[in-house]
Design a protein around this ligand. Structure first.
Ligand code: UDX
Length: 438
């Protein structure tokens, strides 16, 4: 059993901390956000993430997991320190690592014995060197440490599963001593034969960006193909399925939609482009994926407008505010673009998301938030389905028609039955599939 510190209790920190405690280690999650720590100590989750509350609860009860605001003491009491604070996008597109630097300073001041210092946050290549320098500048003794990069690949909405059963674990460590400790941290995965990639710090840092940017590229690619499908009468799902049966392509991340959002893809693609630019390496493909994504979000607004005409004076129902299902996160969500455009054009908006009403209200407090989809679609001139929540998949076309003022629907996630909508006389559109159904 190892003593582990997790500094930063966002998505990555909280899921990693509770996951590592579930592996059998003693973990303290520390954060300077006192309110958040108080909530966690009281057994309440600051985010909605399926399965996280049980994981946290189980490990608190087993006395393997605890929470603290005393970052210094947490560092002193641990042998492996994970830095998992946020690295938001700064104005020039680069990742802002000021929180990582601040943690490095505290680590330096509290370095009381040889430790592994490990960054889990997604950080620009070269951050490892900066963190090591800051720790060295701030330590008051000759105590040694080893720096490790261990990027995290979990997805919101399936974060617990992704952490406990990952496809691979990447460990960027120059020293064998640090690598062996990290292998021990992930021991249950190691003995289950999860691939462990041992590499240098810089390579580990780049693997994270290269992976996220590649997935973004796949999504933008299929979104562009979906636009072409619409023009030539092809079905993007059949195209994606046939493409995906080629083992070299794989069917994953080929689902067309309203454009990707979330806390990672938009930020990481921009960061990779500006990082590469600084080294005089153009990232033309990723730049194109970013542009296509921005265009895709606008394309959804145009699709709705093509169905309704001028938005002014209309009441539009928005189903789904989160950037994807099973999360309450609305960062870079396609609904932000849609609602912004509707309000600008003079429409009224009624919205419903099973988990994200509150977080969306921080951006748009002026719209009407509803408690059910039925309430959100009632007396509307048109509805746009923006997030693929399961409860929207089973909406009954007849009920929808009876509740709405006029039967107009845009399905940006391709989850509704075109046949049913057509049978009930809806004007509708979706992404990359012909409207006529057999
Ligand atoms: C992503 C990466 O998947 C994860 O490995 C990394 O650690 C963090 O970033 P996340 O942002 O939580 O995870 O969600 P993800 O499921 O990857 O979806 C991102 C966005 O792409 C969402 O807006 C989603 O709706 C969209 N998407 C995803 C598509 O439009 N089509 C797809 O086929 C897949």
């Amino acid at each position: 059993m190892r003593h582990i510190a997790i500094i930063g209790t966002g998505y990555v920190g909280l899921v990693s901390g509770s996951g590592i405690s579930d592996f059998g280690h003693k973990v303290i999650c520390a954060d300077i956000a006192g309110e958040k720590i108080k909530m966690l100590q009281a057994g309440k989750m600051p985010i909605y993430e399926p399965g996280l509350d049980e994981l946290v609860d189980r490990n608190i009860k087993a006395e393997r997991l605890s929470f603290s605001t005393d970052v210094g003491k947490t560092i002193r009491d641990s042998e492996v320190i994970f830095i998992s604070v946020s690295t938001p996008q700064s104005e020039n597109g680069e990742a802002d690592i000021s929180a990582v630097k601040a943690v490095a300073k505290i680590i330096g001041k509290n370095l009381n014995e040889r430790k592994v210092i490990c960054t889990k946050s997604t950080v620009p290549i070269g951050t490892g060197k900066i963190v090591s320098e800051i720790i060295n500048e701030n330590k008051s003794t000759e105590t040694d440490f080893e720096y490790v990069s261990n990027p995290e690949f979990l997805r919101e909405g399936s974060a617990v599963k992704d952490f406990l059963w990952p496809d691979r674990v990447v460990i960027g460590a120059e020293s064998e001593w640090a690598f062996e400790i990290m292998k021990d941290v992930y021991r249950p995965l190691y003995i289950n034969e999860t691939p462990i990639v041992h590499t240098t710090v810089e390579t580990a840092e780049l693997i994270k960006y290269a992976s996220n940017a590649f997935l973004s590229l796949k999504i933008s690619y299929i979104n562009e193909i979906s636009a072409l499908c619409e023009k030539v009468g092809a079905d993007v799902h059949v195209v994606a399925k046939a493409m995906g049966s080629d083992g070299r392509i794989s069917p994953k991340f080929l689902h067309p939609g309203p454009g990707f959002g979330g806390s990672c893809f938009p930020k990481d693609t921009s960061a990779l482009v500006s990082m590469a630019q600084n080294k005089n390496v153009p990232m033309r493909t990723i730049q194109a994926a970013i542009e296509t994504n921005a265009h895709q979000k606008k394309r959804m607004v145009k699709k709705l407008q093509a169905l309704t005409g001028d938005f002014s004076g209309l009441t539009i129902g928005i189903l789904g505010l989160a950037f994807k299902s099973k999360t309450d996160d609305v960062r870079e969500s396609a609904s932000l673009e849609m609602v912004g455009s509707l309000l600008k054009a003079g429409a009224q908006v009624k919205a419903y998301d099973p988990e994200a009403n509150t977080s969306f209200a921080e951006f748009y407090p002026q719209i009407t938030y509803c408690k059910t989809w039925e309430e959100a679609v009632k007396d509307t001139d048109a509805v746009a389905v923006m997030t693929e929540w399961n409860e929207f998949r089973t909406m009954d076309a007849k009920t929808l028609k009876n509740l709405m003022k006029s039967p107009i629907i845009l399905d940006t996630r391709n989850i509704l039955s075109r046949k049913e909508l057509q049978k009930n006389g809806f004007s509708f559109d979706n992404v990359g599939r012909p409207m006529e159904t057999k």
